[in-house]
Design a protein. Structure first.
Length: 160
């Protein structure tokens, strides 16, 4: 029973919500069960199904083709599940940061800011936020440059 709990603890995506102190170097999140185990399993299934299809006898061609189709569908699921979750998260961040900017300035956030710039600005604390927004508009900083410019990182522990 301890073994099962140990494996569950390793694969638990929620353990990644608690970071030591979030900063530019450790803010990205890798979930072992998704990015590692699931990805490797799907790739192994795809490769194995292609090999199976290439070596299948004529009477097994239909079932081998279906296994390949299932593998391709799983690859597409793997990609689109992540893309759709990130798009929804990006929209939520844009709404949160637009509200934050409005509360701090009484004005809507500039339409000149790209979604990736707004997403990067979420890590800036209130003390640095308005100065950094002005700098981003003036210098057209990339999301990576914005994140590196933040002195006191504001952690985002609720992202997907």
């Amino acid at each position: 029973m301890n073994f099962i709990w140990h494996i569950a603890a390793i694969l638990n995506p929620f353990k990644f919500f608690i970071l030591k102190e979030q900063n530019f170097n450790n803010h990205s999140r890798i979930v072992l069960g998704w990015h590692g185990l699931t990805f490797v399993a799907i790739v192994a299934l795809l490769i194995g199904s292609i090999i199976n299809l290439m070596h299948s006898a004529k009477e097994n061609l239909y079932s081998a083709s279906l296994i390949c189709l299932i593998a391709v569908i799983l690859v597409l699921f793997f990609i689109y599940i992540r893309v759709f979750a990130l798009k929804a998260q990006d929209r939520a961040i844009r709404a949160e940061e637009s509200l934050r900017h409005f509360v701090m300035t009484g004005k809507p956030i500039s339409s000149k800011l790209s979604i990736s710039q707004i997403i990067a600005l979420r890590f800036a604390p209130d003390e640095e936020y308005l100065t950094l927004v002005a700098r981003v508009l003036q210098e057209d900083l990339s999301n990576k440059e914005i994140k590196k410019a933040i002195k006191n990182w504001r952690a985002d522990n609720h992202r997907a």
